[in-house]
Design a protein around this ligand. Structure first.
Ligand code: PLP
Length: 382
């Protein structure tokens, strides 16, 4: 909770910075732990959502695995205490260097997206005298009803193996002496708020499972990926994890001995983070007032990149309500956090919180304009 005491402390810290409320993070992790223990499903946290070392350490302490998209992420996960045997490696373009390092680290599984990729992994595994465990990431052609830049499982997506290619892939697998197929993997998008989307995914997975069974291909793992959306209007509210887990439980037909894996990212860390910033200037526009912040798209790119909405609060004013365009200082017109939103009368020096910024915030920060990277501050440090 951001209360008056916290706000007084914020005044003394150089802005902008990410503020992580560890109580919120832990309460989210506890719900996910409880629901996954009940269902027996294995959680792999998607590290790309937030790879802050302290956050990773806390998440790993709950006994979860990790879903990584580069060897640097794998390395960060191992350093934070994740067990390599519970790390999976996803991504449509894995480099030889990353594959070699992941083979050395003996991770659980490569989630593979094409025959050329599997060929390379086979070759590199052979060079190391190892067998690489792989899962096939299959494109299930499910519309996720989210922003097009974070839709990943429709026909025109670059991700996953097309269903018409599965037979070909499985036939070729016997040629690959250093590959062991252990599962199938899916990930259809992010910030998915319609539960029915996951239900469609389950139905599609059941069909595919029948195909694999009828071809006598045993799969130990079914991985449904991540994508569970959060409520950007209610920053501290968790998504309905219970509904999500019970939906999977009801609609996926697992075969005896099969494990179900999930890869939540945003829904784990999104709620606990806020980007804290100061107002530099209020500037008159033709039709609007600009509140110019010291935080910009280099600190939080989601609004510029996918028109994402974040709740914005002025923590230090209780004045009359006016409308503002809240913008950053970066030399791009897309450096806008929100347009024409209501805020109490805002002036230079006011402290602004951009909420629900714990996922795809700090992790996507850049140094464009040679700006400093945002720092992170934890609730137990102030
Ligand atoms: C990004 C990603 C996730 C996490 O997605 P969220 O929407 O943050 O839950 C999970 N799996 C894969 C393969 C991903 O690329």
């Amino acid at each position: 909770m951001i209360n008056n005491k916290t706000i007084e402390k914020f005044r003394k810290i150089e802005t902008p910075f990410y503020y992580y409320d560890l109580e919120v993070l832990r309460s989210t992790l506890e719900v996910v732990k409880k629901e996954s223990d009940i269902s027996g499903y294995k959680v792999h946290y998607a590290v790309k959502a937030n790879s802050n070392a302290r956050i990773l350490k806390i998440i790993s302490s709950y006994g979860f695995g990790a879903d990584c998209v580069s060897f640097n992420e794998i390395n960060a996960a191992i350093t934070a205490g994740f067990n390599p045997s519970e790390i999976v490696f996803a991504g449509v373009g894995k480099t030889d260097k990353d594959i070699n390092a992941a083979l050395k680290a003996d991770i659980l599984c490569f989630n593979c997206e094409s025959i050329p990729e599997i060929e390379v992994i086979d070759q590199l595994a052979a060079n190391q005298g190892k067998t690489a465990r792989i899962a096939l990431r299959i494109n299930p052609y499910i519309e996720a009803y989210t922003h097009k830049y974070i839709t990943t499982g429709i026909e025109e997506s670059k991700f996953g193996i097309n269903t018409w290619e599965i037979e070909d892939v499985t036939k070729k697998l016997s040629d690959f002496k250093n590959i062991k197929l252990i599962g199938i993997h899916f990930h259809i998008g992010s910030q998915i708020t319609r539960m029915s989307v996951f239900k469609s995914l389950c139905a599609r997975i059941n069909e595919l499972q029948e195909w694999f069974s009828s071809h006598n291909i045993l799969l130990e793992i079914v991985n449904v990926g991540g994508g569970l959306g959060i409520d950007y209007e209610n920053p501290e509210k968790n998504p309905d994890f219970r509904e999500y887990f019970s939906l999977l439980n009801e609609f996926i037909d697992l075969l005896p001995g099969q494990e179900l894996h999930i890869e939540p990212g945003r829904s784990i860390t999104g709620q606990c983070g806020s980007l804290i910033s100061k107002v530099l200037f209020i500037k008159n526009g033709s039709n609007t007032l600009f509140a110019i912040l010291d935080a910009g798209m280099t600190d939080l790119i989601r609004p510029a990149l996918y028109q994402a909405h974040h709740k914005i609060e002025n923590l230090t004013s209780t004045g009359n309500i006016y409308r503002y365009d809240v913008v950053g200082p970066v030399c791009e017109s897309s450096d806008t956090f929100a347009k024409y939103i209501e805020l109490p009368e805002t002036s230079r020096g006011d402290i602004i919180a951009i909420r629900s910024a714990g996922a795809y915030g700090e992790a996507m920060a850049s140094r464009y304009n040679l700006r400093d990277l945002p720092k992170s501050v934890f609730s137990d440090e102030i």
